[in-house]
Write a protein that binds this ligand. Structure first.
Ligand code: NAD
Length: 380
């Protein structure tokens, strides 16, 4: 099969779905590799680097799609990219079918098969294809780096000839994939890290990373904190306790990184305007939930600003793209694993096995039919 990577057209998107290294691995699966000119430019991969890896470079999207049986990209396709697809072709990309019904219908109408990387079931067997986790890991890491770049002091405490420096106090709210990456990064830089999550089972993970779990005096049975490993909305009583605890912490926190999300819902507001006002000048808030409305009441999505009391609030929504080389390397590896599962015979022939939980779960359109939402996975 011929696998082709489109150049991303979304403004500011620096990632690419195939790197020269992933192309070499994909070729070992028996596929040919193609790329649109300039596709890797913003991630540090030149057209020549692709050519050296045996990839054919195409001048425009039309010729790339024409030459490909499988088209790979990062962001959901633009309407003009959908218009290039044809029956029998496969598109692999983030797609967010729940948020993009018109795009899904347009893709279905082409007769192409669409595999949504955001719909890969989060079961153990599919971890190597879990692009949401790959990107969340990068976002968590980058949130700490961004906080550090906007914070005028060290993370680690130091005793120097010029005086004693206290360590930075960091609070991470939400300890999913991104939150745990933020905790690991902040502790490795020497900060004193505190973390909170509604799922009490993560306390052990938080503590094993050298952070302290912020305990709430609340009977866990009183709150429906989790369903199927994911957080559920908190009860009003639980939320009040949580906010009271955060108000207690706010004056002493130098950096707050918020990552709290509930699947399919707007982000819960957990860091209110009065908490921001309680923080010291020079403190930094990085809100990784900005795209879904933000965990901090005053976050402005895609913006960074300083409040009247001197707190920097970062609401960027493109952290993985800000680390495009790393993000492209991990995402293209997730794609390569997806291609491996789609090519069980190792003969370059795609088998769209709709009996396979992972392939079925991620396939949102197939042969002229919408196949989303999928039935629940059989394997846990
Ligand atoms: P997410 O991005 O959906 O949410 C981030 C975190 O916010 C979660 O830990 C959630 O509990 C927390 N949260 C929600 N409301 C909160 C509140 N009011 N206060 C504080 N925290 C709050 O999470 P994720 O990174 O996608 O991970 C969610 C689950 O999926 C976890 O159980 C994780 O272990 C699991 N997971 C499994 C796999 C796999 O098996 N392949 C891969 C990734 C994640």
């Amino acid at each position: 099969m011929r696998v082709g990577a489109l150049r991303e057209r979304h403004p500011g998107e620096n990632r690419v779905a195939m790197t020269p290294a992933s192309a070499q691995d994909i070729r070992k699966l028996g596929h040919e590799c193609h790329v649109e000119a300039g596709a890797g430019e913003h991630a540090g991969f030149s057209d020549d680097a692709y050519r050296e890896a045996g990839v054919t470079v195409h001048p425009d999207p039309a010729s790339l799609v024409q030459a490909s049986d499988v088209v790979v990209k990062v962001r959901p396709p633009e309407p003009e990219e959908i218009a290039l697809l044809r029956e029998g072709q496969t598109l692999i990309a983030f797609f967010y079918p729940g948020q993009n019904p018109e795009l899904l219908e347009a893709a279905r109408a082409t007769g192409a098969t669409v595999i949504a990387m955001d719909m890969v079931p989060r079961i153990s067997r599919a971890q190597k294809m879990d692009a949401l986790s790959s990107m969340a890991n990068i976002a968590g890491y980058r949130a700490v780096i961004e906080a550090g770049a906007n914070f005028g002091r060290f993370f680690t405490g130091q005793v120097t000839a010029a005086g004693k420096v206290p360590p930075a106090q960091v609070l991470v709210i939400g300890a999913g994939v991104a939150g745990l990456a933020a905790i690991g990064t902040a502790t490795s830089l020497g900060a004193v890290v505190h973390a909170f999550d509604v799922r009490p089972e993560v306390a052990e993970q938080i503590e094993s990373m050298g952070a302290s779990f912020v305990f709430l005096e609340f009977e866990p049975t009183q709150d429906g904190a989790a369903t199927g490993g994911y957080a559920a909305p908190s009860s009003p009583e639980f939320r009040e306790k949580q906010l009271a605890k955060f108000r207690e912490l706010a004056p002493n926190m130098d950096i707050v990184i918020t990552t709290a999300l509930i699947p399919g819902r707007p982000a819960p507001v957990l860091w209110t305007a009065d908490m921001v006002r309680m923080m010291k000048p020079g403190s930094v808030i990085v809100d990784l939930a900005a795209e879904r409305g933000g965990n901090c009441e005053v976050t402005v999505p895609d913006e960074k600003f300083v409040t009247e009391n001197g707190v920097t609030i970062v609401g960027y929504t493109d952290f993985p793209s800000r680390m495009a080389a790393q993000a492209s390397t991990l995402y293209s590896t997730n794609i390569r694993h997806m291609l491996t599962d789609l090519t069980p015979g190792k003969d370059g022939q795609i088998v769209q096995n709709m009996e396979d939980d992972v392939i079925r779960g991620a396939t949102v359109a197939n042969a002229g039919a919408v196949t989303w939402p999928p039935p629940p996975p059989k394997i846990a």
